[in-house]
Write a protein that binds this ligand. Sequence first.
Ligand SMILES: [Fe+2]
Length: 370
Amino acid sequence: MTDLSRRSALGLSAAALAIAPAARAATVDAPHKALDRALTRIAFGSCANQAKDQPIWDAILDQKPDLFVFLGDNIYADTRDPKVMAAKYAALAAKPGFKRLRDTTPLIAIWDDHDFGENDAGGDYPMKAESRRQFCDFWGEPADSVRRTRDGVYAAYVFGPEGQRVQIILPDLRWNRTPLVEKTFKGGYKAWAISHGLSGKETPGPYDRIPDLDATMIGEPQWTWLETQLAQPADLRIFGSSLQVLADFAGWESWINYARDHQRLFDAIRRQRADRLICISGDTHYAEVSRLDTNVPYPIWDITSSGLTEVWPVTPPNALRVSPVLRERNFGMIEIDWRGAAPVATVTVHDEKGAVKITQVVETAGLKVS
Ligand SMILES: [Fe+2]
């Protein structure tokens, strides 16, 4: 009997199944206690509007994942009123499919703008301390979790025994984020986007690259933490980013807008010799796979799944896209084959009924700093 099923058999509360961040203790690289075996099936997703039906949980449960990773916009709080935020978390908690997932499957989470608090919000969002408290309460953080007190809810976890260790890194892209830069559109962005999109053309968002070299997604303390995490031993690393890591250039919020941080991430991977790292991301309201081969320590993959309820009406540009674009409700799966010398990750994106719509096999043997 696994530790997980023991917990279920004991009838522990849903909150007891939420996982404490490894970063809170000295055992940062220890196998996580909630799973006493290697992870082979990781599900992930983003953008779940609590005001809508969420039938997709049934398809996710059918996959029998070992773990589900929430990549942000886990609710659409969009408020500066703590009571409104709490009511929206309660609405998610009441979804029958979500309840079944939480009762049976370990969950880990990071937030994006809407559960941080507001659309495209950054470090100047005034309710962030209260938002952090509600996030930590909802996702079952222990009372002494460092996530409750530090500058953001970033966390990292290691699952599985040596030789089959999966590290999952969840950066916080909101708490310290400096302001975005917006382009100007004659007649306003919305009118332009509608007319452009109606013609069937790829339609970028309103944001621009930020020339200011001091602009940042995560801030210095989190950079220090991230470098430490990348130096931990792991057999496969999953960088779970609420925003796309690679997409170039969609015009929406993305790592690429913060050019210095974008390059610094790849430099940190090289510096810490963080082999076998694959990115997963959310936010976009469509799914796609991106790949970057230039100015990186090894080929970097970014598998984007979004949203669990949300669908975008047009396709933004992305020169690094290597898959079809899926503009319907979706979730992601990572299936890990541990039989070879290096793990092989088969990443799939599924529609609301569970049908596979995108498949990408990632041979991690080549994802190595030379
Ligand atoms: Fe969203």
